[in-house]
Design a protein around this ligand. Structure first.
Ligand SMILES: [Zn+2]
Length: 76
C-alpha cells in the first residue's frame, strides 16, 4: 500500500515539461496538468511514467505494469 502510493504522482508544470519529451508510452499522448501517473514497467526498459488508468498494480511484485503488457506476460 505504501509502495503503491509512492509510485503515483500528479503532473505539475515541472513534470509536464520533463515527461512530455517522451509523453505517455502506454497511449502515446502527452501528459496534462493534474493527470495522475504511475511509475510502471512495460514493453520499455526499466520504469516509465504512464497514466494511472493504463496501469495495473501487481500485488505480488509490488509494482505497476502497463495493462496490456501485464495481460500478455501474465496471461490474465
Ligand atoms: Zn497514457
Amino acid at each position: 500500500m505504501e509502495t503503491k502510493a509512492k509510485l503515483k504522482i500528479l503532473i505539475d508544470l515541472e513534470k509536464q515539461n520533463r515527461l512530455n519529451a517522451e509523453g505517455c508510452l502506454a497511449c502515446g499522448h502527452k501528459f496534462n496538468l493534474g493527470d495522475e501517473v504511475v511509475l510502471a514497467r512495460g514493453k520499455w526498459q526499466g520504469f516509465k511514467f504512464i497514466h494511472e488508468g493504463e496501469a495495473i498494480f501487481d500485488q505480488g511484485s509490488d509494482v505497476y505494469y502497463e495493462r496490456k503488457y501485464y495481460q500478455t506476460t501474465k496471461g490474465v
